[in-house]
Design a protein around this ligand. Sequence first.
Ligand code: NIG
Ligand code: FE
Length: 397
Amino acid sequence: MSNQFTLTNIGQLVTNDPNLGDGLLGVIRDAAITVNDGVVEWVGQSSQADQSTRTIDVGGRVLIPGFVDSHSHIMFAGDRSEEFAARMAGIPYSAGGIKVTTNATRNASDDELRRVAQSMITEMHEAGTTTVEIKSGYGLDVETEARSLRIASELSEEVTFLGAHVVAPEFANDPDAYVDLVVGKMLDACAPYANWIDVFCDRGAFTEVQTQRILEAGMAKGLKPRVHLNQLVQGNGIRMAVDLDCASADHLTYLTDDDINVLAASDTVAGLVPGCDFSTRSPQYPRGRDLIDAGAVVALSPDCNPGSSFTSNMPFCIALAVREMHMTVDESVYAATMGGAMALRRSDIGHLGIGARADFALLNAPSYIHLAYRPGVPMISTTWKNGNVIYTKGDLA
Ligand code: NIG
Ligand code: FE
């Protein structure tokens, strides 16, 4: 049976290709899209669609590229809701909470870790996300880090070794000995399951010098670098991240004008995670508007993790980017799709040009603006990945 199909009567088709439609998002109105073998074969006006293929009339709804989530920490076990409640009652966020999750993660079975991660991925599909990067980082020992990555590699093709999330409790008095372990035995055990390496470079985690050592060790093993920077304090790691050609530098709640200019002149994407700033009640949000005005590429991600940001929901982050970081709706939708793809150095996802992967989401809304205009309201009708339905609310005829 042919696996070719056409969606017609799309009120707005967001292609993210300005050559195909209007504005930054390349919007085509009254559009159709034909998919063949999991890939976009044709996009254009609905009136010109090939009606000989299997055709589904989507009733004027909006079709967008699936969200690309370039930053998640979903290999974990345990619950930190009380830490959240205490934080909202005035106790500030610190990197130290990670160790609570470490205990639970080490004690969890493979099945339990798989079940938690899969349930987060299911939530993501329900909210329109079709690609998610998954980090380790709650094991902090060789066995649990490798186990986390092995399971993550069953669930995603974008897998990141984050053994350097914080110093493992056993090494509290000798952080450099933990770094030795990370770049030695732990990296050897983990590299076969990962394609990225990441470090949490911040107060309470790792210094710039340690970060550079760890990223370079990973790169020598064939892993590509990305990095957590400037979440809790204004650090000095931006130049290093750019010089190492990190695909993204993430969080960036604290940035100088100089940092912004360095990022703007680089291929390193600014990965902003406003759900984390929201859930940690950060004194400020990242300077999304200034980054875009300077010419930097911005990606948005929920940063799904049990400590600082326990949301998997990209539309919520779009609403925060618009409301709190003064990005336009178009810039925010672009950052959640194409920006995420660029943060993963992928050209086959994040857009719906011909030849792109048929990863997209249908919105129960007359305009993509509703993603920010109706915060907290679930509006995904159906999500496709590689041309296959991975979630449907059941409202697609
Ligand atoms: O991205 N910043 C470091 N790591 C996570 C938080 C981890 C935790 O608190 O469990 C983050 O926010
Ligand atoms: Fe993170």
